[in-house]
Design a protein around this ligand. Structure first.
Ligand code: SF4
Ligand code: FE
Length: 512
């Protein structure tokens, strides 16, 4: 096989020649710059993706995937626009090259703040999850953790990871951060499960690498990524050694199968540009898949943790903080769109001057800015890690995400309140195409005289789309369920120090 040919040149060869170590030296292959480059790169992956029980040959032309791909493609498109260069790109600390910010390792507080601003910007453009943050956060969390593992154990993980990051930066690949295991019986640890594969684990160590088996659930953007960064899902005990594994796996590696999840109003995606879709170009939320890892071989140079159980918890916490940091940016940005949509809905039906509507819009703005404030605050109070990279403040990042689990539901509730029951009872777009009933729909769904019924219906569908089941559940459980944030409050909230404050003021002795 011609080793000089890249994965995106024809004929297709897998991204990595496992027999050809080092497997990520692909110098000379074109970097993905435009939306078209990105889509072409996905076409050539030939990875195993199932949708509704059937294998999908080309996800880039399949209506179930196109909106998600369009949303992720925005991370490429906006980076090429001079007006967004400052937010969307960064300078690599590894190579000095200008890179897409989604492949960057944060070098200071400013990088952390720009990340949040960037996410809010992209949410405004897509009205949807654009998926690329998960791998971004995985690279950053692994950056600090591998450094510390090496410091303790003399392992070569950090230098391996730096090579991997350089490769991602050079070609501008999209990475999916793969943390969540299916977890089976939640009362049992990984090694206590009746089925050992319910947590991803090492099944074999070979001279050239390791073999892993298991699955990763709810994987946002997995089907339209190039690489996965596998990480442990929780803190581990010594007996769970085989489950403490972090490594990079190309999505088209042998043994990888992706099964795409069903979303609320899924079938509407098949209506293409139709108005009933609500957000026809970018869809609903990110598009999640169950990734099955069936005896997947991973060369050593792609292994970044292998049995160092004592670091699994730190890696999970760092990744969680980095991802929870995002939510005031991306969900705050979606809330901005909903504020605008709700204000328009009021304009279109003549209620915009009603004082209660103005009060609700003000309340929605407050809720959106509150979550954004949290993201900016945890970034501004970020700290430098031993490895030299910067991570957000843990407690404030968790607070941000916990607020999102409440505020976004409240924003949706207020949007429903302003828009009215019509978002749940509106006729189909097809009714507008049948002259028998179109005249009635046109006539009786009309709001103010100067706005067409069609425009009003389009807007109401957007609100329905952005406040539907899957979108809200993502705000609740994405980046970890609310209880996970409460666990972090008790861990990072420094209760003992707060007890001391109270004792001091109440004049209770230290022993009291
Ligand atoms: Fe990024 Fe937000 Fe989507 Fe997570 S939910 S991948 S932070 S856009
Ligand atoms: Fe998410």
């Amino acid at each position: 096989m011609d080793q000089k040919k890249g994965p995106f040149d024809q004929p297709f060869i897998p991204i990595f020649q496992y027999s050809n170590i080092p497997s990520f030296s692909r110098k000379g292959f074109p970097m993905i710059k435009t939306k078209e480059d990105y889509i072409n790169s996905l076409k050539k992956l030939n990875h195993v993706v199932y949708y509704k029980g059937k294998r999908v040959k080309d996800i880039t032309t399949h209506p179930a995937f196109v909106p998600h791909i369009n949303a992720a493609a925005k991370t490429y498109e906006l980076a090429l626009m001079p007006e967004h260069e400052d937010l969307m790109t960064a300078t690599s600390h590894l190579t000095g090259k200008r890179i897409n910010r989604f492949t960057h390792i944060h070098q200071n507080r400013d990088d952390l703040i720009k990340k949040v601003q960037m996410l809010r910007l992209i949410s405004h453009e897509t009205g949807s999850c654009f998926q690329r943050c998960v791998g971004f956060d995985a690279m950053n969390a692994l950056y600090s953790t591998t450094y510390e593992i090496d410091e303790k154990h003399g392992t070569p993980y950090h230098s391996r990871l730096k090579k991997f990051i350089e490769y991602i930066q050079d070609d501008n690949f999209m990475v999916v951060g793969s943390m969540t295991d299916p977890k089976g019986d939640r009362s049992k640890s990984p090694s206590q499960q009746a089925d050992p594969d319910l947590f991803t684990h090492i099944v074999e160590k070979k001279e050239e690498g390791i073999v892993i088996r298991g699955a990763k659930a709810h994987q946002t953007g997995a089907v339209n990524s190039h690489e996965m960064l596998i990480m442990p899902t929780q803190a581990m005990r010594p007996e769970d050694k085989d489950y403490a594994v972090a490594c990079a796996v190309p999505v088209n590696a042998p043994g990888v199968t992706m099964i795409f999840g069903r979303q609320t109003n899924e079938e509407r995606k098949f209506e293409g540009e139709g108005m009933d879709t609500g957000n026809p170009e970018f869809g609903l939320v990110g598009g999640e898949a169950l990734i099955v890892l069936d005896n997947v071989f991973v060369p050593w140079e792609r292994v970044f943790m292998c049995g160092e159980v004592e670091f699994a918890g730190a890696l999970v916490e760092r990744f969680a903080s980095l991802h929870r940091q995002n939510y005031g940016g991306c969900k705050g940005g979606l809330a901005d769109v909903l504020v605008g949509a709700s204000a328009l809905a009021a304009d279109y039906q003549g209620t915009s001057q009603a004082s209660h509507v103005r009060d609700k819009l003000a309340e929605m703005t407050h809720l959106a800015e509150t979550v954004y404030t949290g993201s900016i605050a945890c970034s501004a109070l970020g700290h430098r890690m031993k490895a030299g990279n910067w991570e957000p403040d843990t407690l404030l990042a968790n607070t941000t995400k916990y607020n999102v689990t409440k505020n976004v539901y409240e924003v949706a509730r207020l949007a429903h309140d302003i828009a009215g029951g019509i978002i749940a009872t509106m006729p189909f777009e097809d009714d507008l195409k049948n002259p028998e009933v179109a005249k009635y729909v046109e006539k009786y769904l009309k709001g103010v005289a100067n706005i067409s019924t069609q425009d009003r219906m389009r807007l109401l569908r957007l609100i329905e789309n952005m406040t539907g089941g899957t979108a809200l559940a993502e705000s609740m459980h994405g980046a970890g369920s609310p209880q996970a944030q409460k666990v972090m409050y008790m861990r990072a909230g420094n209760l003992e120090q707060k007890k001391k404050m109270a004792k001091k003021l109440a004049k209770i002795s230290e022993k009291g």
